[in-house]
Design a protein around this ligand. Structure first.
Ligand SMILES: [Cu+2]
Length: 591
């Protein structure tokens, strides 16, 4: 039986991004992290594909102080390609050797990654560990302390164990001078096909490294096995990253009348103007092609006229929300969403071959959207924009901007990858659809913030996510006591409330969840997410906005201790994170 598509969650997909709808020179030597210039054609990230069931990768993690004073971070493979897309099939093994080649000297001169930055202060104020600058040798699996140049990797979205050499971010810290650190794990045979990603996850440093460009895509192949509409489509990966403004002192360009001067928050970011325009908190780039404020010179996407493609879009921004739309002239075009957060939209096994046709897609930081796009006919101008996102009274400013011109031409090169023409359909899921399971309990959690001076929005803020009934406190990396203990096999409902006047972006490692209620709307989405926007409080309503999530701890790989947090990385670095332990199912409970 096929469920009828429900208008309520169509609204939610489109609205998740907008609840109210609407560094100093290191050396002048060779640029270690070369980036395209503004206005360039959007390049495809390089691909590294598994062969015979294995993908072995060497990545060097480097930093470079650009001429604009910002520190860039990059993952480089031995052939010099940057931030490669790792492509594997379910069941394949990934062996990734990560060499930390960050320059200690570069970090101690007050670059955006240095220990004197606001995010670091907040991390420390937020109860993070001590951060000695020593890089004394210790096992990267049990590093006693982190430094300003420590790093590690999180494989966002994968259901793999949270242990060292796989997906642990609590104890794994790789220092410059350490030998290459080996990540080695198997993509689960039942991992849903789709778009995943990798990025560093050192609490207190995550924002600086991700903002500098430390991120890359990962694809579990076979999405065309879930949906006949995808057979044979060319596919392209698009990664939106943010960075500090290249022209922070420029006045907004054309067309803005009597806009109040931007108010900056404690991190120096422009606060939400509530107008959908004005100075953004951060600049954006599309596959590293910068689209800087104030003129936003668009990047160029070349397509054959009217060609259908699968766009696999990752919001790898540290703090910027996206609300993407494709327009031909002024007309928004239908986008056929087929995957979200790495999971095909027909994951419930009942709705195969469906795409959700929407006119815009909200993508929170950390989120992924995979959708079918039809290119413009020859001679018609297409554009890819991010509409403004209302982040709340104390949120950052995410104004509307054009990211790229879509140029149709018969001579446009085809994307490098094409989905299989006659794919074998994916076998149905072995576990019952989570929407049909009974939760064993309901928990309530809430986001909260405490500014040092409640009257001063510029005062440093402590960020927290608290399990109701526990004392609110910012995350402490030294803690070994989990906030939540769950038994593997259980399904739980979590209500996440937002008691602050800005959006937060709930994310949990290792598992996916189903969105049941959003902003008072019962949605029962027939698909899964790992990252979801929690609407902001208006400062007046008697009730706080909330989302209700059905959390799936049935996968044996979820056993272990891992984190949930806000994916606005300055919030995570500032303490908005909690610890969960999933205990192995006891003998007596196992049938
Ligand atoms: Cu947040």
């Amino acid at each position: 039986m096929r469920p009828s598509w429900n208008w309520k969650w169509l609204i939610v997909i489109a609205a998740l991004g907008c609840p109210h709808s609407r560094t100093n020179a290191q050396t002048p030597s060779a640029d270690k992290c070369p980036r395209p210039t503004a206005g360039s054609t959007v390049p495809e990230p390089p691909d590294l594909r598994s062969e015979n069931g294995v993908l072995e990768v060497e990545l060097a993690f480097r930093s470079f102080a650009g001429a604009d004073g910002q520190t860039r971070y990059c993952y480089l493979s031995p052939d010099g390609s940057e931030a490669p897309t790792l492509r594997l099939k379910p069941g394949d093994q990934l062996v990734l050797h990560l060499k930390n080649e960050l320059a200690v000297a570069a970090q101690s001169k007050g670059t955006s990654a240095g220990p004197s930055t606001p995010s670091m202060k907040m991390g420390m104020a937020g109860g993070s560990m001590a951060m000695p600058m020593s890089t004394a040798a210790a096992s990267p699996c049990a590093s006693p302390a982190m430094t300003a140049v420590s790093t590690n990797l999180h494989f966002h979205g994968l259901t793999i164990p949270a242990v060292c050499h796989q997906d642990d971010v609590m104890n794994t810290m790789i220092q410059p001078g350490d030998p290459p650190f080996e990540y080695r794990f198997q993509i689960p045979a039942d991992e849903p096909p789709g778009l995943y990603w990798y990025h560093p996850h050192i609490h207190g440093l995550t924002k600086a490294q991700v903002l500098g460009g430390a991120s890359g895509a990962m694809i579990v192949e076979g999405i065309e096995r879930t949906n006949h509409e995808l057979a044979g489509l060319p596919e392209r990966v698009m990664i939106v990253r943010d960075q500090d403004l290249v022209n922070p002192n420029a006045a907004p360009a054309v067309g803005i009348v009597a806009l109040p001067p931007p108010v900056l928050d404690a991190e120096g970011d422009a606060m939400n103007t509530g107008t959908g325009s004005g100075k953004p908190a951060k600049d954006l780039s599309l596959n590293f092609v910068p689209v800087p404020y104030p003129n936003y010179p668009p990047a160029v996407i070349a397509m054959k006229p009217s060609e259908r493609q699968l766009w696999r879009v990752l919001n790898a921004s540290a703090i910027t929300y996206l609300n993407l739309q494709v327009l031909f002239g002024n007309a928004p075009q239908a986008l056929g969403v087929v995957g979200m957060d790495g999971v095909p939209v027909d994951e419930n096994g009942m709705s195969g071959d469906q795409a959700l046709w929407v006119k815009h897609v909200g993508v929170p930081p950390g989120g992924r959207m995979e959708f079918i796009v039809k290119g413009p006919p020859e001679g018609v101008k297409g554009i890819l924009v991010t509409r403004s996102v209302n982040t709340g009274a104390v949120g950052e400013n995410d104004p509307e901007r054009t990211l790229a011109n879509i140029v149709a031409s018969a001579a446009a090169p085809e994307p490098r990858s094409k989905l299989a023409v006659s794919p074998q359909p994916l076998p149905p899921a072995t576990l019952p659809w989570i929407g049909n399971t009974k939760p064993v309990r309901t928990r309530r959690l809430y986001f909260s913030e405490i500014p040092q001076d409640p009257k001063d929005p510029n005062s440093p803020t402590t960020f927290m996510i608290t399990v109701e009934g526990q004392a609110p406190k910012p995350f402490d990396m030294n803690t070994t006591v989990p906030n939540i203990v769950v038994q593997q096999g259980d399904v739980e409902d979590w209500i996440i409330e937002n008691r602050t006047q800005e959006l937060h972006d709930f994310h949990i490692h290792q598992i996916h969840f189903m969105l049941m209620d959003w902003f008072g709307l019962h949605v029962d989405e027939p698909f899964l997410r790992d990252t979801v926007n929690v609407p902001f409080w208006d400062g007046k309503s008697p009730d706080f906005p909330m989302v209700k999530l059905r959390m799936d701890f049935r996968d044996p790989n979820s056993v272990g201790t891992f984190v949930y947090h806000c994916h606005l990385l300055e919030h995570e670095d500032g303490g908005m994170m909690g610890l969960i332990r999933v205990e192995p199912r006891s003998q007596s409970a196992t049938k």
